[in-house]
Design a protein around this ligand. Sequence first.
Ligand code: URP
Ligand code: ZN
Ligand code: ZN
Ligand code: ZN
Length: 504
Amino acid sequence: ISESNQTSEFCYEGESAGCRSPTTSKNLIKGGIVVNAHHQEVADVYIEDGIIVLVQCKIKVGDDVIVIDATRKYVMPGGIDPHTHLGMEFMGSETIDDCFRDQAAALAGGTTMHIDFALPINGILSAGFEAYTKKARMACMDYGLHMAVTKWDEVVSRDMEILVKEKGINSFKFFLAYKGSFMINDELLLKGFKKCKTLGVVPTVHAENGDAVAERQKRIFDLGITGLEGHGLSRLPILEGEATSRAIRLASFVNVPLYVVHVMSIDAMEEIAKAQKSGQEVVGEAVVSGLVLDDYALWDPDFTTAAKYVMSPPIREAGHGKALQAALSIGILKLVGTDHCTFNSAQKALDIDDFRKILNGVNGIEERKHLIWDTMVESGQIFAIDYVRVTSTECARVFNIYPRKGAILAVSDADIIILNPNASFKILSSSHHSRSDINVYKGRKGKGNVEVTIVGGKVVWENGELKVEPDSGRYIEIPPFGHLFSSIGKADVAYLSSLHAPVH
Ligand code: URP
Ligand code: ZN
Ligand code: ZN
Ligand code: ZN
């Protein structure tokens, strides 16, 4: 594979002689260290027809079972990425990879499910949902959806209800940034929060003060700063902190749980910590770029180098990343996504004279599991069980699909990875599975390698080879009223009864 456009380095099931025929529906993963978020032990995992049937020491099986040896390796639930943008139209362009290719890349990196952001079309949620369903026809891994809300009227309100009750969506995204396109005001945010509360679904926010960002962008541009350093200079941590705090307080006012996507700064993280301390149900999501990268390259005079790093909120100076790692290790940030949204170098260079127009987005769906293992586990900041929690289980819990996903338990879907802690990895744009010619993690290496990925009981990644099948992935309907709502009802009851309590 070269750095240039490479399209077929993996084969579809049955298409090439190199691919083995579909695996039997019985597998035994033998002798590995089985890691769940609550517990780890040496055990075998027996799988039948895509479901885990038994997790136990020394399981005896017949000859019709394929045995996969995992001795001295970790056997873990497949990764779940809570935050992706696959095959998305954004800022007038479309991401370089389609859903299928992004998912194939994910599987090569040990992620077996993702929850993608579907965008409304002209503000219409149902149209956005239908369009996404078409886009994901070829899906090769299971996926769920969040839906964005970008305007408010009776149709939007009714569509939210239909999406929750009939289409399996249990979270909505509100953008407090991207003025002039997705951004909404506080009035709409409040309406959205209230609707989410009645439906028992999770409101998520992209928290940056879009008005202040736009004001600062103009000021910086007018000063003659047109290059990509303007991106970070105009999207300051204080503006992320402000929007995070505002969303948290409005969620508290409405008494609804809140999920803050892509926390990129100490400012935002501290607001989340404060709210959690006071007992509010606020989930902070880290993304791998925010944890492991810094903004140094945004100042690189080479446009392509700097452009790779542009996403919003921006990647910040190294102190933020270190603090976010610490916050992840002590549970202020609960899980790690990617915000995967890839454009190639030509797309990024469409308008090099105005930092405000550069396409926002970085890759990560294939790299997340490796980078988090190396940065967080190998470095000693968290244990293997925490790794499973932050890259898989917590997402399943928050979005109410646990223990079907996010666990190695009898009854769970057999989405499993085998990670060899003694092997190493190196990230190259020449060997990644994206069509893009750039990779923001290019050159990174570390310990821990995902050697096998199993999806629904089928081995799809082994010996560096992908064997994926179009249309093998399923849309996972997600029910409302997940565990984040358990404290909400009580608080409302307490509040209402306090109103009616006799006055002494
Ligand atoms: O830069 C980013 N984050 N692109 C994707 C859209 C979003 O804000 O999540
Ligand atoms: Zn056990
Ligand atoms: Zn966002
Ligand atoms: Zn995003």
